[in-house]
Design a protein around this ligand. Structure first.
Ligand code: UD1
Length: 425
């Protein structure tokens, strides 16, 4: 029988220090966009280090439902072959589960001249408009219309353009960058996102024969080309958010955890903040050792586009800071609705006041385990961290959110000594 991860619960017995080594998986947000980009290739693409998480499985199902060939030749290795035109639209039942399906818009439009995606769902973390995606694609010559919640985009050959993003949106940068690879002439994209996933996407596109320069800086220049070929081996970068979650969990349980298979440069914003809080963090290029304990100090965090502190680690930090003596402040600058976890942490005894974008956390001596509910993927990870720190037993409902983005989180935490299990109901 197939396990239904949308029901059931994760049960954590608190009070165990995490210790040992954890290997970090491929990045969810990189793998998702690379799979979308693979639909632009006229020859087969093989991606390696693809994480085994439900968001990826949903995207793979979307591609196969629209008629593209996708298969898993080995665990973690995904083959995509998009030689035939897709049958649009992708089924709403799948698209609504995955916001990242909006990243098919640019690639399908540029390759096949049309794309159709339902305004997607995803995590419940605030208003997530797509105006910047649409503006950019329209500037490349696309006709974008909205009909009954579906985005219909069509175009002949796209034309390169100079585009300034009002905000360095990750998704908009990716969608426009992908489409521009098949446009005629040069595209200059200004004020773009600089996240490592953007650099990974540019490297992958170049592997397919695209000409993308400047990824990782504020300006990306793309010389369009007629077609993109294949790529028989491309390794997805390690997941800096998964890595960050284990680092925070190590600090929170006053444990000692060694992370392998990371790019530690991508973790700098978190390393700096953990050190400021009194956690020992030692890094070399591909591994990080986090040693918790001693006296922690309160800190202030502001989420910002990369290389600022990532919004995707904000909830986990909130859980950690809830038992750090003194007053810590968090300012959430990216998603306005990302404090729903505060209410759940409060049920465990945390003292957190939220006012607009600001959260004031007054450290308490300990949290107490109880029943809580994940409201999104990272909130779910934060509740696991809270459960690991808490006295007694914590039951986390809505665990499906967590399995969307963490490859074998139960197995990895158990290997580090946590008492945690998934219980199907
Ligand atoms: C991506 C990540 C997500 C991460 C986020 C910010 C993926 C699959 N998801 O999401 O995990 O939390 O980056 O690092 O990679 N905005 C607009 N108009 C737009 C697009 C965005 O106003 O057209 C706003 C959003 O409402 C939000 C901000 O820009 O306030 C950042 O969003 P964006 O960078 O686009 O995030 P995503 O790409 O959706």
């Amino acid at each position: 029988m197939e396990i239904n991860y949308d029901t059931g619960k994760i049960v954590v017995a608190g009070g165990r220090r995490l210790s040992g080594t954890v290997r970090i998986s491929g990045a969810k947000n990189a793998a998702l966009v690379l799979i979308c980009a693979a639909t632009m290739a006229t020859e087969p693409v093989i991606l390696e280090n693809v994480p085994d998480i439900s968001d990826i499985h949903v995207l793979v199902r979307i591609l196969s439902e629209i008629g593209l060939e996708v298969s898993w030749p080995a665990p973690g290795t995904l083959a995509v072959c998009a030689t035939t035109a897709p049958q649009l639209p992708p089924p709403y039942q799948l698209v609504k589960k995955l916001r990242a399906s909006n990243l098919l818009l640019g690639p399908l439009l540029a390759r096949f001249g049309q794309a159709q995606v339902s305004l997607p769902g995803g995590c419940n973390i605030g208003v997530r408009p797509m105006d910047l995606h649409f503006k950019g694609l329209a500037a490349l010559g696309a006709d974008i219309r909205m009909e009954k919640g579906t985005v219909l985009a069509s175009a002949g050959r796209l034309r390169g353009a100079r585009i300034y993003l009002d905000f360095p949106s990750v998704g908009a940068t990716e969608n426009i960058m992908m489409a521009a690879c098949l446009a005629e002439g040069q595209t200059i994209l200004e004020n773009v996102a600089k996240e490592p996933e953007i650099v990974d996407l540019a490297n992958f596109l170049n592997c397919l024969g695209a000409r993308v320069r400047g990824a990782g800086t504020d300006v990306i220049k793309i010389e369009g080309t007629d077609r993109l070929g294949g790529c028989l081996r491309y390794n997805v970068i390690p997941d800096r958010i998964e890595a960050g979650t284990y680092m925070i969990a190590a600090a929170a349980t006053r444990g000692s955890v060694h992370l392998s298979g990371v790019i530690s440069r991508h973790l700098e914003p978190l390393c700096a903040k953990l050190r400021e809080a009194g956690v020992s963090v030692t890094e070399d290029e591909e591994s990080v050792l986090v040693e918790g304990g001693g006296n922690y100090r309160p800190i202030d965090i502001k989420t910002l586009p990369y290389p600022g502190f990532p919004t995707d680690l904000q909830s986990q930090m909130m859980a950690f800071l809830s038992t750090v003596p003194g007053i810590s402040l968090i300012t959430e600058n990216i998603f306005e609705n990302r404090y729903r976890v505060a209410d759940e942490l409060a049920r465990m005894g945390a003292r957190i006041k939220v006012e607009g974008r600001l959260a004031v956390i007054e450290g308490v001596p300990a949290l107490q385990g109880t029943q809580v509910r994940a409201s999104d993927l990272r909130a779910g990870a934060a509740l696991i961290i809270a459960g690991l720190m808490a006295q007694g037993r914590t039951e986390i409902y809505n665990p499906g959110y967590i399995f969307r983005g963490y490859h074998d989180i139960i197995g990895k935490l158990r290997a580090l000594g946590a008492e945690i299990s998934f219980q199907d109901e």
